[in-house]
Design a protein around this ligand. Structure first.
Ligand code: GNR
Ligand code: NI
Length: 171
């Protein structure tokens, strides 16, 4: 088991755009395993590679109660969204202890590769749809606070910077 360091907003590396995975090989499988360990340890319902400073299109998600239904999405793409929208209270491991409402399409259809490098598609709603959109945003360098007002975002940014500084000063 290997835990990876999760970048904290407003780290500029969270805004890098991830590159597609060329081949699902042993290196990618190791990254997926370490990302899953990191997500379960946090605990979170999803994690994008961008958050652990790996700028490749890799996402892990587990929305199950028992945290025993790992879903892996390599090179994910949203291929359809519903016109119906839904608002959800979102959080992010890169924005610890802040939660706010974000409105997004209620249903999405996503195409991706699995761990065997095989293409699959899913159409979903609810938390999985929210989580997929949240994680795909990360791969584009976008953090959910960018949907909030500038005022809220500035406050979050200041508080997290202050907290990071305090943590460093304690050492
Ligand atoms: O753990 C997480 N919970 C969550 C709740 C509502 C909407 C999105 C999420 S994703 C988040 C983990 C995370 O930061 N993934 O990038
Ligand atoms: Ni997040």
């Amino acid at each position: 088991m290997a835990l990876l360091n999760v970048l904290c907003y407003p780290d500029p590396r969270l805004h890098k755009v991830a590159k597609p995975v060329a081949q699902v090989d042993a290196r990618i499988k190791k990254i997926v395993a370490d990302m899953a360990d990191t997500m379960y340890e946090a605990p979170g319902v999803g994690l994008a590679a961008t958050q652990v400073d790996i700028h490749e299109r890799i996402v892990v998600i587990d929305i199950s109660e028992e945290q025993n239904e790992l879903r892996v999405f390599i090179n994910p793409e949203i291929i359809w969204v519903s016109s119906e929208k839904k608002s959800w209270r979102e959080g992010c491991l890169s924005v610890p202890e802040f939660y706010d409402e974000v409105e997004r399409p209620a249903q999405v259809r996503v195409k991706a590769l699995d761990l065997d490098g095989k293409e699959f598609e899913i159409e979903t709603d609810g938390l999985l749809a929210v989580c997929l959109q949240h994680e795909l945003d990360h791969l584009q360098g976008k953090v959910f606070v960018e949907y909030l007002s500038i005022l809220k975002r500035t406050r979050i940014s200041h508080k997290l910077k202050k907290r990071t500084k305090e943590l460093l000063d304690e050492r």
